[in-house]
Design a binder for this molecule. Structure first.
Ligand code: GUN
Length: 287
């Protein structure tokens, strides 16, 4: 079997176009322009690329982008003051603090200082609790993008065996909650899981979110399974920098029913979902 390639780039372009249409209507009918504030502390090159892309796509969708770039040695107090100002600013509907933060800053404290209604990352403890109890919340962007692609491919996910490899707060745990919400039988596996290969081979849906290049070989994939590869790993190979997923693509694509490529799979969906969450936050804030 050769897997169907799930085109995240095209899917994300559709989501962004839908968001842009909705933003145009909001402006015309309600005089509202959704605004997204992105806060970057320090000069991590990968984070700078993400933040630039977020800003560009926010504007392309007709929303306002507010970028706050702070020095790497910014104090926690100054960062909390900025977040308090953004919380109080009615032109700002979504706030994203780019992670990871420099080591002297307490990420939990910073994230939990964001107004939960503006927490478009869905990382605030209130949103985590709402998602875990099946209530209306802000849903983390990467898992939301994965869920949208899975629903599009399968229709109903009910009763399917889903294995999520990786237990991060940003991807693994919320992904598992979303799949449970769609009535999958969910296993969260990780680096300490016994017989990880066997666990993966039971998966109708295999989500890889471990951050290790090509950690999952093709013979861990059940024939016909859907493979969602969240990994974006920069690897030097043959003198070139390559982007590799957490799944060994060629081997997995030979047995899977469907697979997301890297790049062009999950990555573009993350920013598209961030824009969708910003629109949602704006609509909720204005009744
Ligand atoms: N760093 C890597 N991914 C993310 C994300 O989805 N949100 C934030 N805030 N930081 C990140």
């Amino acid at each position: 079997m050769t897997a169907k390639v799930i085109d995240g780039k095209a899917f994300a372009a559709e989501v962004r176009a839908q968001v842009a249409r909705h933003v145009t209507r909001l402006k015309q009918e309600n005089g509202l322009t959704p605004g997204l504030a992105v806060v970057l502390v320090g000069e991590d090159p990968a984070s700078e690329v993400y933040v630039r892309n977020k800003g560009k796509q926010t504007v392309e969708c007709g929303m306002t982008s507010f970028e706050h770039k702070l020095e790497a040695d910014t104090s926690e107090g100054d960062l909390l003051d900025l977040i308090a100002r953004l919380n109080a600013d009615s032109a700002v509907h979504g706030i994203l603090v780019q992670l990871p933060l420099p080591g002297h800053l307490n990420s939990d404290l910073v994230i939990n200082s964001i107004d939960p209604a503006k927490d478009v990352d869905g990382f605030h403890i209130s949103n985590v609790g709402l998602l875990g109890t099946g209530q209306k919340s802000m849903v983390p962007c990467t898992p939301l993008g994965c869920l949208m692609m899975l629903r599009d491919h399968h229709g109903s996910l009910s009763g399917l065996n889903a294995v999520v490899v990786g237990r991060s707060n940003i991807v693994g745990k919320p992904m598992a909650q979303l799949l449970l919400g769609d009535s999958c039988t969910v296993t969260i596996a990780h680096s300490r899981t016994k017989d990880l290969a066997e666990v993966c081979r039971r998966a109708d849906i295999l989500v890889a979110a471990v951050g290790r290049a090509e950690m999952i070989p093709g013979d861990w994939v059940k024939p016909g399974a859907t493979v969602i590869d969240v990994g974006i790993n920069r690897v030097e190979r043959d003198g070139k920098t390559r982007l590799l997923g957490d799944v060994a693509y060629d081997g997995a694509a030979a047995v899977a029913g469907a697979i997301t490529p890297v790049p062009g799979g999950v990555g573009p969906m993350t920013i598209a979902c961030l824009l969708a969450n910003t629109l949602t936050a704006c609509c909720r804030a204005n009744g």
